[in-house]
Design a binder for this molecule. Structure first.
Ligand SMILES: C[S@@+](CC[C@H](N)C(=O)[O-])C[C@H]1O[C@@H](n2cnc3c(N)ncnc32)[C@H](O)[C@@H]1O
Length: 125
């Protein structure tokens, strides 16, 4: 779902702040199913989770708040607008154990042996 435009890659579904409502609705529809899938999720106190293509950060905040309150979540997305929204959301929830990073999957600037669990949902590229 991506088009190559000279040096720039454009995500066709849109990832600027103007698409926020769509992301909110998307999460309203899919978060209950995601929670069901993760209901037997095995956690340990200092678990490190990586979320790939986190969008506005709803699932990352869910991990940080409900699943690994004593662990840590690193979540990244290529869109600076969405990362800003995700950071605001984490601040509203007073979450100190989630870090949002603006990065592309292709660059993957994270140590590959650091995480206990990696999660991604609907990243169509
Ligand atoms: C349909 S949204 C899903 C967002 C989130 N995973 C969720 O389930 O709410 C897809 C997300 O993947 C991100 N994305 C697409 N290609 C990416 C890439 N190559 N590197 C990082 N993020 C990417 C987009 O910016 C967008 O936020």
């Amino acid at each position: 779902m991506m088009t190559q435009k000279s040096e720039t890659i454009t995500y066709l579904l849109g990832s600027e702040a103007g698409t926020l409502l769509r992301y909110r609705l998307f999460n309203e529809v899919y978060l209950p199913g995601t929670k069901r899938c993760l209901s037997d999720f095995p956690t340990n106190p200092d678990m490190e989770i990586l979320e790939i293509g986190c969008g506005i950060g709803d699932t990352a905040c869910y991990f940080a708040e409900a699943l690994v309150p004593d662990g840590h979540v690193t979540a990244f997305d290529q869109s600076p607008d969405l990362i800003e929204i995700a950071n605001r959301r984490a601040a509203e929830l007073d979450l100190k154990n989630v870090t949002f990073v603006c990065a592309k999957v292709q660059d993957f600037p994270f140590p590959s042996d650091r995480y206990d669990f990696a999660h991604t949902r609907y990243v169509l590229s």
